[in-house]
Design a protein around this ligand. Structure first.
Ligand SMILES: [Zn+2]
Length: 153
């Protein structure tokens, strides 16, 4: 490498006071071998020479450390609570959810029920009779789950 002392007119990198960046400059003035004044190639501003090395990297490749990954990824919900509950929910959906609630009869503990019958309960809403359990009980599947209720069976 040929080491040629810098001279006025040479190119040099310097921090530019106007651009606030390290830009290419032309040496304007030197004192005792040191660059003292430079002219920015970008803005043509003439200012003292600020060596880029001592600069905090005002410019340059912004090393955006942007954390990719991890935290944003929505994780899969675990296997939903329990299979039976899911199966019940699906069954309820298929039996009741399609909404022919017209045919549902209001629940009453005096009534006798048949399995598969749609019932409307004042608290639990729509349900389907899962099992008739004499004496006087029916198991009804509501959206909230199975309930054992009194019946006229
Ligand atoms: Zn400049």
């Amino acid at each position: 490498m040929t080491k040629r002392p810098k001279a006025a007119g040479d190119h040099i990198e310097s921090r530019c006071t106007r651009c606030k960046e390290v830009t290419n400059h032309i040496i304007v003035a030197m004192v005792e071998g040191r660059v003292v004044r430079v002219q920015c190639n970008i803005c043509d501003g003439i200012h003292n020479y600020y060596p880029p090395s001592t600069a905090k990297p005002v410019s340059t490749k912004e090393a955006q450390p942007r954390s990719t990954s991890a935290k944003a990824a929505p994780r899969e919900p675990r296997a939903p609570r329990n299979r039976a509950a899911v199966a019940d929910a699906e069954e309820w959906e298929s039996m009741v959810g399609r909404g022919d609630s017209e045919s549902a009869r209001p629940y009453s503990m005096e009534r006798a029920f048949k399995a598969g019958e749609l019932v409307r309960h004042p608290t639990f809403g729509m349900g389907v009779v899962k099992a008739v359990l004499p004496p006087a009980k029916v198991e009804i599947l509501f959206q909230a789950g199975r309930k054992l209720l009194r019946s006229g069976n």
